[in-house]
Design a protein around this ligand. Structure first.
Ligand SMILES: Nc1ncnc2c1ncn2[C@@H]1O[C@H](COP(=O)(O)OP(=O)(O)O)[C@@H](O)[C@H]1O
Ligand SMILES: [Mg+2]
Length: 313
């Protein structure tokens, strides 16, 4: 037996067009076009107030868009039948804290319409998967923040969703808890589940996501496969000396280089392909080049670069 509904093979897991939400004069989401292939683990990154939670809530049909359209698993988000195939961990999850971990999961399994036998088995399976089995009979009010976060994640996975939305899934977790969530995400990916998560923990996203989108002031300012975004962000350490010490190096189209204390320079390039061009340019000026070392940026550095660029632009 399969808990999964029919899927349109070619349908993207998520598709939006001009999706927009205004709260009075606040534009929370300013027209987002997004397409996510099934089976991807997507990280949506952005500062507080960027519109991440609002975007997720529109994709869940919990917030009505001001304009635009959104489809999940090939269906309009307003189609209630699709909701049983979607899991959700809200940002500020409210728990029925008098229930034990097990009771809580079984109660939510009932909300999803799982038959009694199946919800008992599924609850047990998830308690084990999230390292909560030995706390299963304790009431949630005795749970730590990290344990609540994990039981919330278990709740999001009850219906064996094809698509899961996780709003800040690792915010309350210690390093061990984060490791566990990373492992769960890996299992979900292996099972073909599409995961869409909001996070401000960039190192976490770098470790777990296939596809990343940066959001700022309601807009997606950059999006793409993680590997591709990172391969396009290179910093080069240059050790070079003008032939005449008092002359300036002309970095030309490569923008500004930051002088380093040790007589070197740091230069940001759009891609590694530009490295030979930089060398050529320096040599053509008669600059003596001692070393050119490209280094890939981390996701965090790329994020800061993109956000600063948006600020300036
Ligand atoms: N229910 C609401 N009523 C009014 N303004 C809201 C509401 N929800 C969000 N906002 C505003 O929309 C913007 C985006 O918020 P949010 O989606 O929560 O961002 P993020 O999750 O990226 O921190 C913020 O300016 C926030 O104050
Ligand atoms: Mg949020």
């Amino acid at each position: 037996m399969s808990a999964r509904g029919p899927t349109v093979a070619s349908a993207p897991a998520i598709r939006t067009h001009g999706l927009r939400k205004e709260y009075g004069r606040t534009v929370a989401v300013a027209g987002v076009d997004l397409e996510v292939e099934p089976g991807q683990v997507v990280g949506l990154l952005g500062p507080n107030g960027a519109g991440k939670t609002t975007l997720i809530k529109m994709l869940l049909g919990l917030v009505r868009p001001t304009a635009g359209e959104a489809f999940v698993l090939g269906r309009p988000v307003s189609d209630w039948r699709v909701r049983g195939r979607i899991g959700f961990l809200p940002e500020h999850f409210r728990f029925q804290d008098w229930l034990t971990g097990r009771e809580f999961l079984e109660a939510h399994g009932r909300l999803y319409g799982l038959p009694a036998q199946e919800r008992r088995e599924r609850a047990q399976e998830l308690l084990e998967m999230l390292g909560l089995a030995r706390h299963a009979e304790r009431p949630l009010r005795e749970f730590s923040k990290g344990m609540l976060q994990r039981v919330g994640l278990a709740q999001a996975l009850l219906c064996r969703p094809e698509l899961v939305f996780l709003d800040e899934p690792t915010s309350g977790l210690d390093p061990l808890g984060r490791l566990l969530v990373r492992d769960v995400l890996r299992q979900l990916r292996a099972g073909g589940t599409t995961v869409f998560l909001n996070s401000h923990l960039l190192s976490e996203v770098e470790l777990t996501c296939d596809w990343v989108a940066f959001m700022r002031r309601g807009q997606l300012v950059r999006a793409g496969p993680l590997a591709q975004l990172l391969s396009g962000a290179v910093e080069v350490q240059v050790r070079a000396q003008p032939r005449e010490p008092e002359t300036q190096i002309d970095w030309g189209e490569f923008g500004d280089a930051w002088p380093q204390g040790d007589g070197g320079w740091r230069l940001r390039l759009a891609s590694e392909e530009q490295v030979p061009d930089v060398v050529e340019k320096l040599v053509a000026q008669g600059v003596r080049v001692y070393a050119v070392e490209p280094r890939r940026l981390s996701l965090e550095e790329l994020f800061l670069q993109v956000m600063e660029g948006e600020e300036a632009g």
